[in-house]
Write a protein that binds this ligand. Sequence first.
Ligand code: KIV
Length: 298
Amino acid sequence: MVPESTPESSTPESDTPTELAAPYGSGPVSPAAPIKRIRTHHLQAAKNNGTKFAMLTAYDQYAAQIFDEAGIEVLLIGDSAANNVLGYETSLPITLDEMIIFSRAVSSGAHRALIVADLPFGSYESSTAQAIDSSVRLMKEGLVHAVKMEGGAYYADTVRAMTAAGIPVMAHIGFTPQSEHALGGYRVQGRGEAAQPVIDDAVALAEAGAFCVLMEMVPADVAAAVDAAVAVPTIGIGAGKSTTGQVLVWQDMAGLRTGHIAKFVKQYADLRTVLSDAAKAYGDDVRNGAFPGPEHSF
Ligand code: KIV
């Protein structure tokens, strides 16, 4: 079980970066003062100390619980729930209300990870007030600790206002899936002359107060330049290995989905086969009368 939080006055939470490692996973355990909850300053400490952290998406309580207990430092309720849970082709149709439901489920399952939720398409573009209102709903009703927002330097003033309002913002630059129609599909961003604007976006958003910059599908050398240009931690997905953290969609990481697998994905399990074999065995048992047995009957 995850250790219960104690009041901050009696046991201050540690910010020692070596303790960022998982208490349950394969990382070293600090017996002295384990982190009760990963905070944004722990991610900053990782950047300062040259250590790495892992982020996975989660959309439900069991995935959240399993990844939290495995020591994943950051859980993201991605708007990729649109594709990976709700079955849409893109992330665009998911609503703020739906994101709040997924966020509550993840928040109830995870007790150590920093929990971040995406601002979905249409929930922040109109005005700073809309971005703040939507973020407040995610934090108040979805119980998340921070929000992630897609977009570049154009949103620097919005990020500044959100940060001033007490909303920790993770910036998402490079390929931004909510703009896939504007960008002409899933394409690597920041190649050649397009590299400098990616770096400029990161610098503007970090200066505006973003606690972290996530980059999706940018060349590894450009991601390295972004990481060097900003003091805040960076997270990559298809952005090489120079970033402070890495993120994957959990169904990609665990091999649940079929079809095209992006180049940046590494599958650590074949969950689709595991579940399919279990379902087939259950179906066979029901059809041939092996289930339920006497041990399952009252
Ligand atoms: O929605 C999402 O899952 C994301 C990624 C960065 C994984 O934004």
